[in-house]
Design a protein around this ligand. Structure first.
Ligand SMILES: O=C(O)/C(S)=C/c1c[nH]c2cc(Br)ccc12
Length: 168
C-alpha cells in the first residue's frame, strides 16, 4: 500500500517520461520544505539537486527513475530525522557544534579541520546551518566517500589520482 502511494507520488512528479529531472526534484523538495515550519531553508538550489541526482543516478541518465528516487528519498528522510534531533528548539537551523554531532550520526568520521571547513562552507552569517545546507553537505560527503572507496581498491585508505581522475 505504502509502495503504491510512493509510486503515485513519483508518477505525479516525474510525468510520462517516468524520470525526475533536477528541476522537478528542486520543485518537489522546496514545496515540502516550505510546508515544514520547523525547517529553515532558503530552498534547495538547482546545483544541489544536480549533486543529489549524480549521487543516486545509477544508470547514468542524469535523471532519477523510481528506485533511484526512492533511495534518495529514504536518505533525505533519514538525514532529516538526524537534523530534527538537533533542531530541538525548532529554530530550524543547527549550530556548528550540533552540525559536528549530526554529521557523526550520519556515519561520517571527519577530523577537526574538516568539520571546521564544512561549517565555514555551509553556515550562514549566524554560524548556523539551515536544513537545505545540511542535506547538501551530506550529499557531497556521501559522494566524496563513495568516489574515494571506488578508487581505493585494496582498501588501505590511500588512493592515487591522476589530474584527469579528479572529478569536479
Ligand atoms: O517530519 C517528518 O516526520 C518527515 S518524514 C519529514 C520528511 C521526510 N522527507 C522529507 C524531505 C524533506 Br526535503 C523535508 C522533510 C522531510
Amino acid at each position: 500500500e505504502e509502495d503504491q502511494q510512493f509510486r503515485s507520488i513519483f508518477q505525479q512528479i516525474a510525468g510520462d517520461e517516468m524520470e525526475i529531472t533536477a528541476n522537478e526534484l528542486k520543485n518537489v523538495l522546496n514545496s515540502i520544505v516550505s510546508k515544514h515550519k520547523d525547517l529553515n531553508s532558503e530552498g534547495f538550489s538547482l546545483d544541489s539537486c544536480r549533486s543529489m541526482i549524480s549521487l543516486m543516478d545509477m544508470d547514468g541518465t542524469g535523471r532519477l527513475n523510481l528506485q533511484e528516487f526512492r533511495h534518495l528519498w529514504n536518505k533525505i528522510k533519514q538525514w532529516q530525522g538526524i537534523f530534527q534531533h538537533y533542531n530541538s528548539d525548532q529554530a530550524g537551523s543547527i549550530n556548528s557544534y550540533e552540525m559536528r554531532n549530526a554529521v557523526n550520526d550520519a556515519g561520517f568520521r571527519l577530523n577537526n579541520q574538516l568539520y571546521d571547513i564544512i561549517t565555514m562552507r555551509y553556515a550562514n552569517e549566524g554560524m548556523n546551518i539551515d536544513f537545505d545546507s545540511f542535506i547538501s553537505c551530506l550529499v557531497r560527503l556521501e559522494a566524496m566517500f563513495r568516489a574515494f572507496q571506488a578508487f581505493d581498491q585494496d582498501g588501505d585508505g590511500t588512493i592515487r589520482l591522476s589530474v584527469l581522475e579528479v572529478s569536479c
